[in-house]
Design a protein around this ligand. Structure first.
Ligand code: 9MR
Length: 473
């Protein structure tokens, strides 16, 4: 989420309250694939003993974000194929991945995921066509008229390549600001093309693949708040004026600073009432054990209680491959053992566990720590592709609790960054050194960790950026 710089801050502070009423009608519009993939369950397992089968029994899909470079790992592929009946390429369909150079398209990694999904009869969510992040610098450098041409061409080429194979596209991603303004986020598209870029993108998308559902997707819109109100008003306006839109994606990245909102179901319902499907598109919930399990259960129940909630996608399979692995936010542990959260999600879907290991979670003791405040910063390259890579820096508090941290990241020659998440960035005058401080994740118990990440456009230089010593406060 580009959650960039000011991301995922806790907007929803009230304790989660289940508002769920179980839906009586199970098959809302949009639950039947329009892509020719008829069966919702991709596996031969007994009805209800896997997430996908249990969701199918409720007229829903249950998907996972998938990375092409993990498909060769047997535990990964087996878990995907057994448990899920939908996929979203986690990074492989983003602009920088498919059109790093203008009008030169590279679909190889995304194709691997789509072929895999098709061979297992899984739905594919296309993610994403127009987004300010993971956007090559050639796009941001264009003047308005050329940018419009490039945007429409990108949509046209990518959707044509996958025509008939995509259940739903995230046509526009994360176009609104966080906070109380309800304003559009500044981006090359917004700044140069104005508010109309969103409807233009949807209109172009409809003309290319009329069978694909067209979604607007965002984060921090999961409860009723200024940002979701702004998206709501846009969708209402689109429906009133006949601008094509079929669905709204609620990313649902939750943690203690941004918990599952108490009005989650009510928020999904009010969008559904506008005449669009709602989809939970990037679900992950940091935590462990029974607290995490309860949150997962509540999210599943909220979806099932909204007839037009078409399905749920979790943002990864095992914790170790999560974009925020240190928060262990997913349903499977690093060895593909089923966590308590898995069992809770399956049970909420009306399924019954067919066995497997259950990881109760550690609960994580906290040491109040009284000594000097220290932290360490560890860099890992989490993803690489032809034009660049994603870096992640894990910040770990020493033997005392801290309330703030700061790390400098120095980019190599020719490198630029297109997005930073889970951190606030300030740049030095050379434009090469960014100082990252917390966006919401400054307070760490002794020994606890958090991470921030960034995307680097390599421009020919794939060397790891230099990460300075962590400074704690
Ligand atoms: O999970 C994705 C991670 O691997 C990438 O490094 C990151 C780069 O922007 O994007 C992550 O996925 C984001 C998604 O595309 C949009 N919503 C927020 C997700 C988490 O950051």
């Amino acid at each position: 989420m580009t959650i960039n710089v000011s991301d995922a801050g806790g907007r929803h502070r009230s304790p989660f309250r289940v508002l769920a009423r179980r839906a009586l009608a199970l098959g809302g519009a949009g639950l039947v694939s329009v892509t020719g993939v008829v069966a919702l369950s991709g596996s031969a397992h007994a009805a209800g003993s896997t997430l996908g089968a249990a969701a199918a029994g409720q007229g829903r899909y249950f998907g996972a974000a998938v990375a092409a470079n993990h498909l060769g790992e047997s535990g990964y592929a087996t878990t995907l194929d057994t448990e899920f009946n939908a996929v979203t390429p986690e990074n492989e369909m983003k602009w920088d991945a498919v059109e790093g150079t203008r009008n030169t398209f590279n679909f190889s990694n995304a194709d691997q995921i789509v072929s895999h999904a098709q061979s297992k009869n899984m739905k594919v969510r296309g993610h994403t066509l127009v987004w300010h992040s993971q956007l090559p610098s050639w796009v941001s450098g264009l003047a308005a008229a050329d940018l419009r041409t490039a945007m429409n061409n990108h949509i046209t080429q990518v959707m044509t390549h996958y025509k008939g194979k995509i259940y739903a596209w995230d046509v526009v991603n994360e176009a609104f600001q966080d906070g109380s303004s309800g304003a559009r986020r500044s981006s090359p598209f917004q700044d140069k093309l104005g508010n109309g870029f969103i409807e233009e993108a949807f209109t172009t998308a409809r003309s290319v693949d009329p069978a694909a559902k067209l979604c607007y997707n965002d984060y921090n819109t999961d409860g009723v708040n200024a940002k979701s109100n702004a998206v709501y008003n846009m969708v209402k306006d689109f429906k009133a004026r006949g601008v094509p839109i079929d669905c709204v994606g609620f990313q649902s990245h939750f943690n203690s600073n941004s918990p599952v909102p108490s009005d989650y179901q009510a928020n999904l319902q009010r969008f559904a009432d506008l005449g669009v499907d709602v989809q939970i598109t990037e679900l992950d919930i940091e935590g462990s054990g029974s607290a995490q399990a309860t949150n997962y259960s509540n999210v599943v129940k909220a979806c099932l209680a909204v007839t037009r909630c078409a399905g749920i996608t979790v943002w990864g399979i095992p914790d170790k491959y999560s974009w925020r692995a240190s928060g262990t936010p997913l349903l499977f542990d690093d060895n593909y053992g089923k966590k308590a959260a898995y069992t809770a999600a399956l049970t909420a879907l009306g399924g019954t566990s067919g066995g497997g290991t259950t990881d109760p979670g550690t609960g994580g003791g906290t040491d109040p720590g009284t000594g000097t405040k220290t932290c360490t910063a560890t860099y890992t390259a989490t993803q690489t592709w032809s034009g660049g890579f994603n870096g992640q820096v894990t910040i770990k508090a020493g033997s005392a609790a801290i309330t703030g941290w700061s790390v400098k990241v120095t980019l190599g020659a020719s490198q630029t960054t297109t997005g930073v998440w889970n951190g606030t960035t300030s740049w030095d005058s050379t434009g090469k050194v960014m100082t990252i401080t917390p966006s919401y994740n400054g307070s760490l118990a002794a020994g606890a960790s958090t991470s921030f990440g960034f995307t680097v456009q390599a421009n020919g230089n794939t060397a790891a950026p230099a990460v300075s010593v962590c400074t704690a406060s």
